[in-house]
Design a protein around this ligand. Structure first.
Ligand code: HEC
Length: 135
């Protein structure tokens, strides 16, 4: 009789223990259940990415530190960021003539290495097209 009681108690114990284990192990996928694959609501960066994609034109090309896209953007970037950021360029609204003067000043006073004539023209056209007070 005593033995039977013990077994019953052990059996009950195992049952309670088993149920406890099941409760103690939360399902890490529970939050995802019922959501479509790739649900963006769970991705805190999705809103930022959507914003970046939408605002690309305004913000310029991130590859060239925010310089606006266009012929000469890449040449300008590599020619000019050797010494300072593109910010100093982007904030300018100066005349075409002033750009020519600044170029000369950069070469003669700051030691900027001049590229070949074609590249020089491409960069100056780009600067005048995008950062001029004349258009
Ligand atoms: C060899 C170094 C060097 C290179 C390369 C260089 N700059 Fe500069 N630039 C300077 C220095 C130095 C200053 C003045 C420092 C400052 O104000 O921070 C300056 C200032 C400027 C300014 C501000 C001028 C003002 O009136 O205050 C502009 C605009 C500018 N650079 C444009 C350019 C552009 C565009 C290029 C590429 C074609 C370029 N820089 C390449 C050294 C350089």
């Amino acid at each position: 009789m005593f033995r039977i009681m013990t077994r019953a108690a052990l059996g009950l114990g195992a049952l309670v223990f088993g149920a406890g284990m099941a409760l103690a192990a939360p399902d890490p996928m529970q939050a995802l259940r019922g959501k479509p694959a790739g649900a963006v609501a769970l991705d805190p960066m999705s809103a930022l990415r959507a914003h970046a994609q939408g605002g690309e034109d305004m913000a310029g090309n991130p590859e060239f530190d925010g310089l606006p896209d266009g012929p000469g953007a890449e040449e300008t970037y590599y020619q000019c960021v050797a010494c300072h950021s593109t910010e100093i360029i982007k904030q300018q609204r100066i005349t075409d003539l002033r750009w020519d003067e600044l170029w000369t000043w950069m070469v003669e006073e700051q030691g900027m290495v001049e590229p070949d004539e074609e590249t020089r023209q491409v960069i100056l056209s780009y600067l005048k097209e995008n950062f001029s007070s004349e258009r």
